[in-house]
Write a protein that binds this ligand. Structure first.
Ligand code: ADP
Length: 450
C-alpha cells in the first residue's frame, strides 16, 4: 500500500517550480521595469512587448462631474450598456447585459459593431433616453494604440475575441459607422478607454491618492499616471497637468522570452492550445481565463503520475476548460482542515468519494497556483510603485479573480510590502464596476474640459 505522506512529499516536490522566491519575484519586477521603459521609449516602442500606450486621459475626476452619460463596456465575459447619471458625489445607473454570441466573437467585425449598435438602440428605447445626442464613453478593453481621446486602433484581439477586419482599425470609427448604418439613435462618442483606466478613474473620483488601476479578471492589465517627461511617445501638448495615464498592456509581458525563467510546462501547454499562441504570456500565468486551467493541468498530471485520486480521478479533469477558476476560490475558502467546498467541487466534476488526503492535496495544488498568480501580480504592482516613487499610492483593483478569491488581496498586500522600496506606502482598493462608471467619468471630464 502506498504511504499517503510520501505522496504529499512528492506532490510538494512536483509543485516546487510553482513557488517563486522573493529573489525570483524581484527579478520579475526588474525585468518588467526594463520592458515598461522600452515601451515608453520612442526608439524601442515598436518592438516592445509591454506597449505602454498613452491613453490621452490627463485629468482625473474631482468629484464635481455631473450629467447623463451612456457607457459601453466591451472587453471580457460580458458586454454591457449603461446609462449613468452623475451628480455631486452620487451616481445613478441603469444597465443591461447583452450576450455576445461565440459566432459574433469570431465573425466579421462589422457583425460585432452592428450587434453593439443594435443593443445600444434597444437599451435607449427601453430606457426612453431623452438627451440627444447623448455623450458616450466606450470602454474597449483590448490593447489599442490611441491617437486621441476618441481614436483607438486595435493592436490585437485577446481574451477569446477574433473578429476579422478590426485589428489595425479605429474602433470608435467602426462603432460610429455601425450607429450611422442604423440611423435611429444619436450618440456622441466622447472617449474610448480601457477597463484599467476606467477602474483608476472610478476610484480617483473619491480618492485623490489613486494613481494605479489594475484588472484581475478575464485578463490582467494595469495603468498608471506617468509624468509627460517620461513619455517619449507623447505627441500632445505639454500644458498642465504634465501627466498622462499610461495603459501598460502588461499582459503581454514575457512575449519576448523574458519570463522563461519562471514559466513551466503547464504554462507552455496552455499557451500552445490558446487562440493566441506566443502572446499574453504573463496574462496566461495569472488571469481568470487561465488560472483554473493551469490548476487542472497540474491536477491531471499528478493524477496521471498516480499521486492523486489513486491515479484515477474524475474524467472531467482530463478535459480542457472543465476546471473553472472559481473552483480554486471555492476550494480555498474551506476552513483549514475542512473540505466541504472541495468535496462539492469534486462532486460537480463527477468524483464522489474523495479521501481527506485527496482533498488536502487538491487544496495544496490550488494554493500553489493561486499564490503564484498573486505573487507575480504583486511583483507587477511593486514595479509600478517603485517606478513612480510617490510616498503613498492607492491602487484601484477590479475583476472577479481579485474580488472573489478568498486570499488574493492578502497575498498581494503581503508580497508588495516585501518588494517595494523603503519609505513607500500603498493600499489596494476594490474599485467596483470601474469599466462602467469610469467610462462615464472620462466622458464627463472631457465634457467639463470642453
Ligand atoms: P471581465 O474581466 O471579463 O470584465 P470579470 O472581472 O468578472 O470580467 O472576470 C471574469 C473572470 O473571472 C473569468 O475568467 C472567471 O474565470 C473568473 N472568475 C469568476 N468567478 C470567479 C471566482 N469566484 N473566483 C476567481 N475567479 C473567478
Amino acid at each position: 500500500l502506498e504511504n499517503p505522506k510520501s505522496n504529499r512529499d512528492e506532490i510538494e516536490e512536483r509543485c516546487a517550480e510553482l513557488i517563486l522566491s522573493d529573489e525570483q519575484l524581484r527579478e520579475v519586477c526588474q525585468r518588467l521595469l526594463v520592458e515598461i521603459n522600452r515601451g515608453l521609449n520612442k526608439d524601442t516602442n515598436k518592438e516592445a512587448t509591454v506597449k505602454c500606450f498613452p491613453t490621452y486621459v490627463r485629468e482625473l475626476p474631482n468629484g464635481e462631474e455631473c450629467g447623463k452619460f451612456l457607457a459601453l463596456d466591451l472587453g471580457g465575459t460580458n458586454f454591457r450598456v449603461l446609462l449613468i447619471d452623475l451628480g455631486p458625489h452620487v451616481f445613478h445607473m441603469e444597465s443591461k447585459i447583452f450576450a455576445v454570441p461565440q459566432s459574433v466573437m469570431l465573425g466579421p467585425g462589422t457583425g460585432l459593431f452592428d450587434h453593439i449598435a443594435e443593443c445600444l438602440a434597444t437599451f435607449m428605447h427601453e430606457n426612453q433616453v431623452d438627451v440627444s445626442p447623448l455623450p458616450l464613453g466606450f470602454t474597449f478593453s483590448f490593447p489599442c494604440s490611441q491617437e486621441g481621446l476618441t481614436k483607438a486602433r486595435l493592436a490585437t484581439w485577446t481574451k477569446g475575441f477574433k473578429c476579422s477586419g478590426v485589428e489595425g482599425e479605429d474602433v470608435v470609427k467602426l462603432l460610429q459607422e455601425a450607429i450611422a448604418r442604423r440611423g435611429d439613435i444619436k450618440i456622441d462618442v466622447m472617449a474610448v478607454l480601457n477597463d484599467t483606466t476606467g477602474t483608476l478613474m472610478a476610484c480617483a473620483w473619491k480618492n485623490p491618492a489613486c494613481r494605479i488601476g489594475l484588472i484581475l479578471g478575464t485578463g490582467i492589465n494595469a495603468c498608471y499616471v506617468e509624468r509627460l517627461e517620461n513619455v517619449q511617445l507623447w505627441d500632445g501638448d505639454h500644458d498642465d497637468p504634465k501627466q498622462v495615464v499610461i495603459n501598460t498592456e502588461l499582459g503581454a509581458f514575457g512575449d519576448n522570452g523574458t519570463l522563461e525563467f519562471i514559466r513551466t510546462e503547464y504554462d507552455r501547454t496552455i499557451d500552445q492550445h490558446s487562440l493566441n499562441p506566443g502572446r499574453q504570456l504573463f496574462e496566461k500565468m495569472i488571469s481568470g481565463m487561465y488560472m483554473g486551467e493551469v490548476t487542472r493541468l497540474v491536477l491531471a498530471q499528478l493524477t496521471r503520475e498516480g499521486l492523486l485520486f489513486d491515479g484515477m480521478g474524475p474524467e472531467t479533469l482530463f478535459e480542457p476548460g472543465q476546471f473553472f477558476t472559481k473552483y480554486v476560490s471555492e476550494i480555498e475558502s474551506d476552513k483549514k482542515g475542512e473540505y466541504t467546498c472541495c468535496r462539492q467541487v469534486l462532486e460537480e466534476l463527477g468524483y464522489d468519494d474523495a479521501s481527506d488526503e485527496d482533498c488536502a492535496n487538491v487544496r495544496f495544488i490550488c494554493e500553489a497556483v493561486s499564490r503564484r498568480a498573486a505573487h507575480i501580480a504583486a511583483a507587477a504592482v511593486a514595479c509600478l510603485l517603485n517606478k513612480m516613487g510617490q510616498k503613498h499610492v492607492t491602487v484601484a483593483v477590479d475583476g472577479s479573480l481579485y474580488r472573489f478569491h478568498p486570499h488574493f488581496h492578502d497575498l498581494m498586500v503581503e508580497k508588495i510590502r516585501q518588494l517595494i522600496n523603503p519609505g513607500l506606502t500603498f493600499d489596494l482598493m476594490l474599485s467596483e464596476d470601474g469599466s462602467g462608471r469610469g467610462a462615464a467619468l472620462v466622458a464627463a471630464v472631457a465634457v467639463r474640459i470642453g
